[in-house]
Design a protein around this ligand. Structure first.
Ligand code: FES
Length: 155
């Protein structure tokens, strides 16, 4: 086996061991979204936006596009942990294609945790961060809906 092949094999085995460790704590859904996040992106000139800092110091940004009060696009960015990436993907999925009033009713930490088949106790706050960021982005959308010019003065 060549030197590079040894290094590749070592890296692959190490990654497998790390994922096996994670499987003791996280559901398959969390690991899947952690490894392959959905909707982790920025939207330029969003109709709704928020940036929220969680109790752990990590933050999440939510970006929304809407048409006739339907959330047509929802994305997120985070500097948080893998569980937060899974929560951001889930909250974006919940919002997409639905009227914003329906999303408001659906978005809460329990719903995110349920859709992820659970989270470890020490990561429940990651779902709080995602739901709070989405609620604030929806509020931002509502605030700017009737005064679109105010979007340019968004902080
Ligand atoms: Fe900070 Fe998950 S958001 S640990």
């Amino acid at each position: 086996m060549k030197k590079n092949e040894n290094a590749d094999e070592f890296a692959r085995k190490l990654q497998e061991q790390i994922i096996d460790q994670y499987r003791k704590y996280y559901s398959d859904k969390v690991i899947e979204l952690w490894e392959n996040p959905k909707y982790m992106d920025k939207i330029s000139e969003p109709d709704g936006y928020s940036k929220v800092k969680g109790t752990c110091g990590d933050s999440m940004e939510i970006f929304l596009k809407a048409k006739n009060d339907i959330i047509t696009e929802a994305t997120f960015l985070t500097d948080g942990c893998g569980a937060t990436i899974a929560c951001g993907s889930t909250v974006a999925e919940i919002a997409r294609g639905k009227p914003f009033t329906k999303v408001l009713g659906l978005v809460n930490a329990n719903e995110i945790i349920k859709r992820l088949d659970g989270l470890p106790k020490e990561h429940l706050h990651c779902a709080d961060l995602a739901s709070e960021a989405m609620r604030r982005a929806l509020a931002d959308y509502l605030y700017h809906r009737n005064s679109p010019w105010k979007k340019h003065y968004r902080k």
